[in-house]
Each structure stands twice: as structure tokens, then as C-alpha cells.
Ligand binder design. Structure first.
Ligand SMILES: Cc1cc2nc3c(=O)[nH]c(=O)nc-3n(C[C@H](O)[C@H](O)[C@H](O)COP(=O)(O)OP(=O)(O)OC[C@H]3O[C@@H](n4cnc5c(N)ncnc54)[C@H](O)[C@@H]3O)c2cc1C
Length: 280
């Protein structure tokens, strides 16, 4: 498909960096922050990883003042499966540009075959950089220990449920168990974390966090909620109106099709949205 289909536009900001920036400006005008995600191509060689690093650095420089310079990256797009030292080098280049422009870089968490390597690269980069954060997944059995280590180091953590298919030996399988673990870990982060991000569309988890911060008198400046571009947009405005910080994960780039299909598979509401669009 040559141009980004108008249906996918609900979930993807556009194919070009300038489209992502425009989406960020529109969000900013509503009092909502953004983190920008360049949708990945398959990175099998160093050249593709260098292109990814360069594109992220270019975006950080392109974002105008007034919009926060905040990107989310995946280490597998930066050579994690090719060579660890090379991946550290590419990621450090993005972090250096982010530092130059007062920006922040979030390292997304991928499937469990990448968890240890991702955390090790993050730990190495944290020795030289303050402007980098990590993602932890509530479904993994190991996550409470990883989270406690992050608390010790004062790391900035985004907590999500986890998006990959994982075996029972590695991850909780039942949604109720995942929710219970999310609630427990979110409370730890809200109590002791360094500006944690609670990434979820799950109303029961949002309500639990809001109840907990009220009860503990934790100010809204100490944490933020995060959601995906196109999902629950009315809820973003409600949270902002209630004095909460909200950041939206804004994907962009030419490799948008697999991301779009994932969003459709996730929820029947998303399919309805697309079907309605086809007939309107
Ligand atoms: C900002 C962000 C960053 C992420 N980064 C990562 C990452 O680095 N690694 C990773 O593995 N995963 C990541 N994820 C994905 C995450 O792990 C989950 O797969 C995804 O968010 C789905 O789980 P959920 O908690 O949002 O809600 P779901 O499990 O999809 O939904 C549960 C409940 O939420 C409510 N709900 C959901 N959508 C709606 C709606 N549209 N309207 C009304 N109610 C709704 C309903 O009550 C529903 O039953 C990220 C998610 C976000 C939001």
C-alpha cells in the first residue's frame, strides 16, 4: 500500500517523522504528552540498525520546543541480536542526542528471549545516562525482582501487562493473575518509583491506581498514565481534566501494517471502528 490507509490512521500517526510531530503537537494542545515510536523494519544487519538509530536521532532534533522530546525504542531494532556492544553503541548515540535536546528515551520490553539482554544493556547505559527508562511486564514471573532492582537504582519504569505470547514457566497466563500482579507492582512504583508510567487501557487498573494515590496522598506530578494512540481517546481527556499526567505512545513510519493488524486482533471494538469507517 503506497499511502497509509485512512483506516490505519486511527492507530498510526503517519509514515513520516513530520506526521508524528504533528500528532504530538495536536496532543500537546490537549494537554497530553507523547512518546514517539518508529515502527521497525526487520533488522538483520548493521546498516538497518544504524538507519534506525539515525532516524530516532533525526526525530529528536525535529520535535519543536513545546512538544516533549521523548522516543520509545526497541533494542532488537538497534542490533541486539547482532552484537551486544554494537547495540549499546547505537543506543548511546540516540541517548546522546536526546541529552543534547533535553529529551528522554524509553527502552520498550520485547519477548522473554530478550528480557535479560535488554535489562543488561539498559543497566550499562544507565551508568552514563539519566535520560533513559525501561519497561517491565507484569505477566513475567521475574518482574517483581527486576522491579525491586530498578527501585534500588532509581530507574524510571513503565509498567505494562506484556504483549507477547509466553509459556507458563515464564509468565502468568490468567488475566486475573496478571491484573493482580500489575496492581501490586503499580503500588510499589507509586510508593517508591522515580516518576513511573502506568501503561494500560484497563479501567480496573486505572481505578486501582487512582484510588491508591488518593489514599496515600501521592501527588499527580509523581507519576503518569500512558496509553496507545487511537485507544480510549476520550479517557485521555478525562484523566487530564482530573489533573492527571497522560502520555500517548505515538507510532509512525512506513512499516505500519503489522502494528495495525495487532491493534485489530486485540479488541473487537477496533475491528468495529475499521468496519464502520469502510461503510461511512
Ligand atoms: C503506552 C504503552 C506502552 C507499551 N509498551 C509495551 C512494551 O514495551 N512491551 C510490551 O510487552 N507491551 C507493551 N505495551 C502493551 C501492553 O503490554 C498490553 O499488551 C496492552 O496495553 C493491552 O493491555 P491493557 O492493560 O492495555 O488492557 P487490555 O488487556 O487490552 O484490556 C483489558 C480491559 O481494559 C479495558 N479497555 C481496554 N480498551 C478499552 C477501550 N477501548 N474502551 C474501554 N475499555 C477498554 C476493558 O475493561 C478491558 O477488559 C504497551 C502498552 C501501552 C499502553
Amino acid at each position: 500500500m503506497r499511502a497509509l490507509s485512512f483506516l490505519a490512521r486511527r492507530f498510526v500517526a503517519g509514515e513520516q517523522a513530520a506526521d508524528a510531530v504533528r500528532a504530538g503537537e495536536r496532543l500537546q494542545a490537549r494537554g497530553i504528552r507523547a512518546t514517539f515510536d518508529l515502527l521497525g523494519e526487520d533488522v538483520l544487519d548493521r546498516e538497518a540498525a544504524r538507519r534506525c538509530a539515525q532516524a530516532n536521532a533525526d526525530l529528536l532534533r525535529l520535535i519543536p520546543s513545546g512538544v516533549e522530546r521523548n522516543v520509545s525504542i526497541k533494542l532488537s531494532n538497534l542490533g541486539l541480536d547482532i552484537d551486544r556492544a554494537f547495540c549499546v553503541e547505537q543506543t548511546a548515540q540516540i541517548l546522546a542526542v536526546a541529552r543534547e535536546v533535553g529529551g528522554f528515551v524509553r527502552i520498550d520490553m520485547e519477548g522473554s528471549q530478550h528480557t535479560s539482554a535488554t535489562l543488561e544493556v539498559f543497566r550499562e547505559l544507565r551508568r552514563s545516562f539519566d535520560n533513559v527508562g525501561i519497561v517491565l511486564q507484569a505477566y513475567l514471573h521475574r518482574t517483581e525482582a527486576d522491579l525491586r532492582a530498578c527501585l534500588e537504582h532509581g530507574d524510571r519504569v513503565r509498567l505494562c501487562k506484556g504483549a507477547y505470547s509466553e509459556p507458563a514457566a515464564t509468565a502468568l497466563q490468567k488475566m486475573d493473575d496478571i491484573r493482580a500482579n500489575y496492581r501490586k507492582l503499580a503500588r510499589l512504583l507509586l510508593e517508591r518509583g522515580n516518576y513511573p508510567a502506568l501503561a494500560t487501557h484497563d479501567e480496573s487498573l486505572i481505578q486501582d491506581a487512582l484510588g491508591y494515590v488518593r489514599e496515600q496522598a501521592i501527588p499527580a506530578t509523581r507519576y503518569e498514565f500512558q496509553m496507545l494512540y487511537g485507544l480510549r481517546p476520550k479517557r485521555w481527556d478525562e484523566l487530564v481534566a482530573a489533573g492527571q499526567n497522560v502520555r500517548i505512545y505515538v507510532p509512525y513510519g512506513t512499516h505500519w501494517l503489522p502494528y495495525f493488524y495487532r491493534r485489530l486482533r486485540e479488541r473487537k471494538e477496533n475491528v468495529w471502528f475499521v468496519l464502520r469507517g469502510l461503510f461511512e
